[in-house]
Design a protein around this ligand. Sequence first.
Ligand code: FMN
Length: 255
Amino acid sequence: MRRPAAFLNLIFSRRSIRRFRPGKIDAEVLKIILEAAQSAPYYYQAFCFILLEKPEIKREINESCGGDFIEKAGASIVVCLDLNRISGLLDRLGIVHVLKADTYPVESVLGVFESGLAVMNLIMAAEVMGYGTLILDCALYECERISEILKLPHGVIPLVIVCIGEKDENPPPRPRWPLESLFHVDGYRMLSDEESERFLENMDKAYSVEGYLKKYAGWAGSYREYLANRALLTREVRRAYESISAFLRRSGFRP
Ligand SMILES: Cc1cc2nc3c(=O)[nH]c(=O)nc-3n(C[C@H](O)[C@H](O)[C@H](O)COP(=O)(O)O)c2cc1C
């Protein structure tokens, strides 16, 4: 079968970029990238994009996130779940609408899902225009602080920050699960112990070729140890997660 090479090559060659050359993203380019994000399939379009412009805001958010990606990138955009705009719109219809209920998670789940589709379009648009991108999860981990800095209203919940900029590195492909571990036909096949072991070994091998864990996470051990450390449910993690969950509930997110 003939594969449409140009777009597939773009998908397969995209990498998360963690070193950007200095320089701002041109406003015209940014507009095209955001319009591409908006062209993704949607449900309620329950998301919004907040461009970080003021140096003091960038600095404050950078401090919450760690690293210097936000200050170094050519543009940094906070992608939020926006139940505020949709709720306001539904209020105008004069009905008791679904966002009035504080129990049902459907809109929150689909809102996050469609935000993800928009982000992917944004990333690929940036890529095709020659820019690199990085998603940062600190928007969610630091949602309360970031909401405070940006003075976000009820219902607007930071999900991720996308940094865009000129690439100053050319990283190799990062490892993934083998397709057969996550592709099923007519049902679901449970993962075998051997598959899990092979996955951990392959991740470790592939990451060590790039020196990925050392370079980006300052981790000298194996991927297995890194994962165990990262996913460990300590008392501090429990406390932080309780606090994030409480903030999300207060903000109108329905888990
Ligand atoms: C929801 C999400 C959050 C992420 N958060 C971060 C982050 O905070 N910092 C970071 O360096 N990379 C982050 N990444 C990027 C992943 O680490 C990266 O996509 C993965 O290692 C695969 O590498 P690749 O994008 O180069 O293929 C995030 C990716 C996703 C999808």
